[in-house]
Design a protein around this ligand. Sequence first.
Ligand SMILES: [Zn+2]
Length: 378
Amino acid sequence: MRSLMSLLLTISIAGVLIADPPEPSRFEYSGAAKTFLPRLHGHPGALAYRQDYPGGFVAWQESARSKLKELLGLQRIALQVGQHQPTVQMDQGTLVDGYVRHRAQIETEPGIEVPFWVLRPRGSEDKQLPVVICAHGHDADGWNTYAGVYRDAEHQKSTMAKQGDPGVQAVKQGYIAVVPATRGLAKAISIPDPKGRHGNRNCRAQLMHCLLAGRTAIGERVWDTTCLLDWIVTDLPGVDAKRIGMLGNSGGGVLTVYVAALDQRVAVAHPSCSLTSYTSSTGFIFHCDCCLVPGIQVELADMSDVAALVIPRRLLAIHGKKDGLHSSEDVERAMERIGSIYSATKVSEKFSFQWGADGHKFYPSMLWPFLNESLLNH
Ligand SMILES: [Zn+2]
């Protein structure tokens, strides 16, 4: 069972699902781990949401955001980056199937050039359009995949089969799509793992370098996205800054949760196949190492409460029924928790959780109506 699960994890993390994963099931430990792990992980954190938090809900959000920034290492990144001002270079664009595709890059800290695509509906230069930031997960070519920039016919075929081109889907509906490379996941912006010291995984090499320097890998990704948001609202022409959404599947969904939790410029967030508890009730860790935020369970709270920092903005979580990376029981427990906090703050209609019928993928027919309701149908 263990070897099957690790095989499926390896296959999925590589971004290539060769077969449907099994029905989600919980991992059961035996021996000492069976009692130790629930005891280790099964407690609310010091800043878990509670209705009697001194100062009320807004005071809780402020405290939780401040702690989250600290735990992600964002303040340290800011100190290490110093006076550097991000700069963006963008080409003139190429006309592609009804939209213009620009290749761009943003230098988010000295020497770190994050490449990204901007897809803009043709002839929309004089309009104020909504924006969707599309954040990819474990796919070395993820920013190209999401933007429909294919290496070859097979890349295109496999992407279309799983409806994995949200940037193209967005621009065809009338959004400006911004599709950045995710640091440590895209080959174009990764630190290598020489000698395979970190399991031949660039994302874990990123995590190790970050932890040693007092950062986190997810913190670097949040930093990059925040720099990109700064540029989008100030320098990208034709943007309606009040209508910005963000989405991502898997590791891109995890990033979406953290960015939306901290940055109130994101009006709608859609984490796909990613928003759940950090651990199952048996103690199994769901996300990849590179998503780890040290101490967060104890010093802050579970991921459900981090997601509640999106309140009062809109949040759509979708999971696939056949997604072997997650457990339906633990997903539903986390969703109930988020729903209860949205209800407690009288904005329950702004949170939606849905099950998709398949595996670890986007569900366009479910996600776009939710995003369009607040971003596009104006
Ligand atoms: Zn990873």
